[in-house]
Design a protein. Structure first.
Length: 275
């Protein structure tokens, strides 16, 4: 870094032209600027991490000079390690690997070609490589982080703990509210209200708890999404996930209402006449 410190980066070197993986979402500089000797591209969300002010700054990669000629926005890695884009030959020089070596080969199909058929033929003919479709590559990466590392276990444990705590708190709240008005519920039963009506009243309370709680959480979530939009590790809450979380919240609250329903149904309606 310009200050003299060091930090790891993920070096992305690709062939020039339309067939390679080129940087996108360019906010400063031009793609043709990468043809300038020692030119590299970085994302502006990593400026602080790289200790640089951005366009025009000079850094070193393995003691070799590199100048930031291109700046992007929104190209970030899950591990928060900065991506650095540069032409393929220059990337090999920075990484210190031979000119005939590459980590990945990007295969583009002709119009009408079947991706699965091409992938099968490539795997049959290539002994030291594996061909994957974008969906397969994405699925493998997701499975690795969720099930092959401690990060996934921590996420699942945190989600499970949140569900347990949420169910207990909502159950206690509904139980306390129904117990406070147990005489009123007993009166309803004494005058002939059906069990279904009692269930409906308590479940409506559960729905209201779900709506209010989810509304507050969703608002906080949207604030976090906007606050981290330009950071190195943005938080994303797609609409599908939001809908799934709402349904999960409703299910948790309805399940929590069981304790309150059991309490009310065990209350003898005769207690109304002893008041």
């Amino acid at each position: 870094m310009p200050s003299g410190g060091t930090t790891p980066v993920l070096l992305i070197g690709s062939g020039r032209g339309d067939f390679g993986l080129q940087p996108w979402n360019i906010v400063a500089g031009d793609l043709s600027d990468l043809s300038i000797p020692d030119a590299v591209a970085v994302d502006r969300s990593y400026f602080d991490r790289l200790g640089t002010a951005g366009l025009g700054d000079t850094v070193e990669i393995r003691d070799l000079r590199a100048r930031i000629r291109l700046v992007t926005q929104g190209i970030r890695s899950f591990t928060t390690t900065p991506y650095v884009f540069t032409p393929l030959d220059r990337a090999r020089t920075y990484a210190g690997i031979s000119p005939n070596k590459a980590t990945y080969l990007l295969v583009r199909l002709q119009a009408g070609a079947n991706a699965e058929s091409v992938r099968t033929r490539l795997n049959e003919s290539l002994a030291k490589a594996e061909a994957l479709t974008p969906d397969a590559f994405r699925s493998r990466s997701r499975s690795f982080w969720l099930f092959g590392t401690g990060a996934g276990a921590a996420l699942f444990a945190g989600a499970l703990l949140g569900m347990i705590v949420g169910v207990i708190i909502v159950a206690q709240t509904l139980y306390a509210s129904t117990k406070e008005f147990s005489n009123e519920f007993a009166t309803l039963r004494a005058i002939g209200s059906s069990s279904q009506y009692i269930y409906t009243v308590i479940i409506i309370q559960a729905f209201l708890s779900a709506a209010v709680g989810f509304g507050i959480a969703a608002a906080i979530g949207m604030v976090i999404v906007k606050a981290t939009a330009d950071s190195a590790l943005p938080v994303l809450i797609p609409p599908g996930l939001m809908a799934g979380l709402f349904l999960l919240t409703v299910a948790m609250c309805v399940f929590s209402a069981i304790a309150a329903i059991v309490h009310i149904m065990r209350t003898d309606p005769a207690v109304v006449f002893t008041r």
